[in-house]
Structures are given as C-alpha cells and as structure tokens.
Design a protein around this ligand. Structure first.
Ligand SMILES: Cc1ncc(COP(=O)(O)O)c(C=O)c1O
Length: 407
C-alpha cells in the first residue's frame, strides 16, 4: 500500500466538513447554486474591510526590497511589534514583540505550538464540541486528544476538566468564541480553569499550558466581552488568525503569543520560531505580514474601531436564522459569537434527519464530527438569501422527521 495505514484511516474518516462541502459542489452543479443551501464550511462571506484593500495596495506600491524575501523565523519585527501593541491595548497584558510568532493562520499556530510543547503520548485536553481538526493536529506532533464534554449550555465543565487532567496532560485547549457552538467562556471560568491546571500541574510536577484558539475573538455579538486567557492564566498561549476577523482565510496569516509570565516563555518562543521554519510553511507570507503591521498602525482611523469586518452583518444573519429555526421548533443555544449555530437533532436518528435535510438540498455538518452526536452545525457565514431560502426546508424537515420517528 502506498500510503501509511494511519493516513488511510484519516482519509476514510476525514473531515466531514470537507465532505459536505464537496457534496455541496456536486449538488450545485446538478441543480444550480441558487437551489442548494450550503451551510457546511466556515468560509466568511463578508468581504475584507476597505482599509485592508487600501493597505494591501499601499504595501505593493511601496515595493520595499524585502517584500518577497525570506524573513526571520518568528516574523518581521514590525509585524510582531504591532501585534504585541494590539494585544497590550485590547487585553491589558504585558505582551512584547519577542513573545509573538507570526504564523500561517491559526492552524499554523496550533501546529507550531503543539510541535514545541508535546512529547510523544502527551495529552491535549479539549472540551466537546470541538473543532474537528484538533485531533489531526495533535496527532501530527505525537499528541493524543482527550475529550471532556461541556455542560448542557456548552460552558466549560471545570470539575470534569480537572478530573481529566493526568500525568500526561500537557495542554488544555480551549476555543472561544467556540466553533461549533458560538459559546464565549467567562473570565471566571478561565480563572478557575487556570487554578485547576496549577493544582494538577503541582501534583504531577509539570506545567500544563492553556492554549486558547481564538480566531473568532472579534466576532462577538450584543457587546459580549471575550475574556483574555493571557490575563487570566500565566501558563497560556494564544493562537489566532485574521482569517475570520478580516475575512482572509486564503492569505494564511495569524500568530501565536506566549504569555511572558509563562514557565519557560523564552524557550517556548525559540521552539515556536524553529517549528515555523521546519514544518514546511517556512514562515508566514511576508506580504501579509507587512499588510498586518500597517493595518494595525491604522487602528482607530476607521469608525474608532480596530480594522475588522462588520460584525453586525453576522449578527443579523444569526438573528434571521435563529428566529426562523425557533419558529420551526428547533432547540439550540443562542450563539454569542463566531458564525455557527449548533441545534439539537430533534429525533433520535441523526442520519435519518441529515438525509431529510439533504433531500431539501440543505447541507450542514453532523455534530458527531465535533465530538457531539445528536447535534448539527449550521455555518451561517452565507448570503441572507441562502438562510431565508432554507428556512421552509428546515421547517418541513423537522415535521417530517418527527412523523417518521414516531412511525
Ligand atoms: C476553531 C478554529 N480554529 C482554527 C481554525 C483555522 O483557522 P485558520 O484559517 O486561521 O488557520 C478554524 C477555521 O475554521 C477554526 O474554526
């Protein structure tokens, strides 16, 4: 066999999200795009802010000699400094340029952090529902994902998390605002989690690091605050990107920021920098690093806010969808951020229900892919017309599913 047994298994059980996305493409070719309601992929449909486009043009026109060069492993000094300044201003933490490593998106940042921290067999503790790719990324670096369910309202189950921390736990991984639930974890829960990690770390004589994956930090609704892990936990590392807040997932730009108070912070940054070079991406793209450095300098010029997509657009989409689903009888927790809604499957048979949605040309992702069977994810980063067009189908399906389930 050409490919390894492990990859064969990964391919067979690979990302449900991508599978649904491909199914969407097939159905669109068959029936026409306007007849297919594709909620499978978290691909932002709100355009990047105008200030991004003008900054990109200015950087290209300035044509600095190192525009297309290799660069320091940790990123361009101007980008690292600008990112650190933004973190200091927004999260009231003393992060400096030397604590920041610019990465190829949040996924690149997760890979360099896991590469830097994990010994083979070390555990990465995560709360379910969780982002599907965590298991693959942990495995990339010899780590093992250990899953603990959240509470019914998708908040962190702190007692269960503490009980699950063992001698092999190296990382507690959180994602807030959360994909797929839209939940934002409170500052109190982060503080309590940090205290639990300290207690268990002392017991096992090792540091346990909080890794906070937060590409949706800026996409918070109704004025919700997203608590800072850096401000609430010393042994913490933030990984994030501009994929969602600036709608740039194809540009592969993000960063990891290590809390200066973390145990061995300097060594961790050194390891992240090397990992950034040797994992195959050989640093984040230099053009985008220059754009980000300039963009952050322009903070405040645009509506008094840091450059960001217009979050009210996603909030409106959430409200249209939530209103329609609630009227149809679906049960769900109202998302506080990100652009996903995670309703309960209203009947015991998940597959039957998802098949009924597919018959209506509605594509969603089963919760089992996120470690939460009995739910499904709707990525509502789509046109309003797609949401409105799908609502009658969602209504027909819940009625049909309940009748079939009783039969
Ligand atoms: C929770 C979460 N983490 C990480 C990523 C990867 O983001 P990026 O495009 O910045 O690599 C995503 C992408 O959807 C995500 O939802």
């Amino acid at each position: 066999m050409a490919i390894s047994a492990k990859m064969k298994n990964f391919v067979a059980n690979g990302s449900m999200i991508r599978k649904m996305f491909e199914e969407g493409a097939r159905l669109k070719a068959l029936y026409g795009a306007e007849k297919v309601f594709d909620f499978s992929l978290g691909n932002p449909n709100v355009p990047p802010p105008d200030v991004f486009k003008t900054t990109l043009k200015a950087v290209v026109e300035a044509d600095e000699p190192d525009l297309h060069s290799y660069m320091p492993n940790a990123g361009l000094p101007a980008a690292r400094a600008a990112i650190a300044a933004r973190l200091r201003a927004e999260q009231n933490v003393d992060v400096q340029a030397e604590n920041v490593v610019v990465s190829c998106g949040a996924a690149g940042a997760l890979n360099i952090v896991f590469k830097a921290l994990l010994e083979p067999g070390d555990e990465v503790l995560v709360s379910a529902p969780y982002f599907v790719e965590y298991r693959f990324i942990a495995d990339n670096h010899g780590g093992v994902l250990k899953v603990v369910p959240t509470k019914a309202d998708f908040s962190l189950d702190l007692l269960a998390l503490e009980a699950a921390m063992g001698p092999k736990t190296k990382i507690v991984l959180i994602n807030t605002p959360n994909n797929p639930t839209g939940k934002i974890y409170s500052a109190e829960s982060l503080k309590a989690l940090a205290a639990a990690m300290k207690r268990r770390g002392r017991e096992y004589d090792r540091s346990i690091y909080l890794v906070s994956d937060e590409p949706y930090r800026k996409l918070a609704y109704d004025g919700a605050e997203v608590a800072s892990p850096l401000a609430n936990c010393d042994d913490s590392i933030v990984v994030t990107s501009y994929s969602k807040e600036l709608s740039l997932p194809g540009e592969r730009i993000g960063f990891a920021a290590v809390n200066p108070a973390a145990e061995d912070a300097k060594d961790i940054v050194a390891a992240l920098s090397l990992a950034n070079r040797i994992l195959g991406f050989v640093n984040a793209p230099s053009l985008m690093q220059k754009v980000i450095a300039r963009l952050i300098d322009q903070e405040g010029q645009d509506r008094g806010l840091p450059a960001c997509v217009d979050v009210s657009i996603y909030q409106r989409k959430r409200d249209i969808l939530a209103h329609g689903l609630r009227a149809a009888g679906y049960e769900f927790f109202m998302p506080e951020g990100a652009f996903y809604l995670f309703p309960k499957i209203p009947v015991p048979e998940d597959e039957k229900f998802l098949d009924l949605l597919k018959e209506e040309n509605i594509l969603v992702v089963p919760g089992s892919g996120f470690g939460a069977p009995g739910y499904f994810r709707i990525a509502y980063c789509v046109d309003d017309a797609t949401i409105l067009g799908a609502l009658p189908g969602f209504t027909r399906v819940i009625e049909k599913a309940k009748t079939l389930s009783k039969a």
